[in-house]
Design a protein around this ligand. Structure first.
Ligand code: AP5
Length: 214
């Protein structure tokens, strides 16, 4: 199964990608995670990407296409994979289609997660990563015991640099102008599946599996 997870910042793509990856035993790549790791390690990719990421803008197509291109050469694409956060504009979608066609493959489904803007902002402003376990938590939605256990075990709750209000608002603007057209791109070739993401994590996962089995 070759899947793309689309949707606005904070809709839960990363959360669902992990569950789907375990369920189908297929690897997942998040271009956002790859870029954040590069920023942390101050590689040349990270240095080029940081200014854009901090502003909530998209990193250049050239850089992200290269990341995905290298990735799909290293995995068994016949078995399947999940792309989280890529493609993010129509140029990237066209690039991906050609790169996969060169390998004799294509995307099977595009899961387009949807949520109202107020809840997106709450999820993003409440997101924290536990420094000990790297688990993504949320001060508004995660069970209290999980938050307390992170702190009790000496962990810190780290907020992402781009999860501050002004940057969140710009990421949503960029999503509407650049990424929404990607939904139409996949709608027109019959691959798009809309999934509503307002319920809890496991209910959204169940809806996702149901949509895929239709
Ligand atoms: P990226 O890391 O991809 O960020 P994003 O798309 O903005 O998405 P997020 O990671 O913020 O949210 P998510 O949908 O994964 O939600 P999550 O599961 O964490 O990209 C960051 C930056 O990198 C971009 O701005 C850009 O600069 C650059 N970039 C990346 N890819 C690029 C590309 N292809 N082209 C160019 N630039 C690129 O959930 C959010 C929170 O909600 C968490 O706290 C979670 O615990 C909680 N939560 C999740 N689901 C639920 C639920 N059902 N109920 C309650 N809480 C929930």
């Amino acid at each position: 199964m070759r899947l793309i997870l689309l949707g606005p910042p904070g809709v839960g793509k990363g959360t669902q990608a992990k569950l789907l990856s375990n369920y189908f035993s297929i690897p997942t790549i998040s271009t956002g995670d790859v870029l954040r790791e590069a920023v942390k390690n101050q590689t040349s990719l990270g240095i080029q990407a940081k200014v854009k990421m901090d502003a909530g803008e998209l990193v250049s197509d050239e850089l992200v296409n290269h990341i995905v291109d290298e990735y799909i050469q290293t995995i068994d694409i016949a078995k399947g994979f999940i792309l989280d956060g890529y493609p993010r504009n129509v140029m990237q979608a066209e690039y991906l289609e050609k790169a996969l066609a060169n390998l004799g493959a294509e995307i099977n489904f595009v899961l387009d997660y949807q949520l109202d803007e107020g809840t997106l902002i709450k999820r993003l402003s409440g997101r924290r990563t536990c420094s000990n376990t790297n688990e993504i938590l949320n001060i508004y939605y995660s069970p209290k015991e999980k938050i307390e256990s992170c702190i009790k075990n000496g962990g810190e709750l780290i907020q992402r640099d781009d999860d501050h209000e002004e940057t969140i608002r710009n990421r949503l603007v960029v999503y509407r102008s650049e990424t929404l057209p990607v939904s139409n791109y996949y709608l027109s070739n019959g691959k798009l599946i809309a999934v509503f993401s307002e319920k809890d994590v496991h209910s959204v996962f169940e809806s996702t599996l149901k949509s895929l089995s239709r």
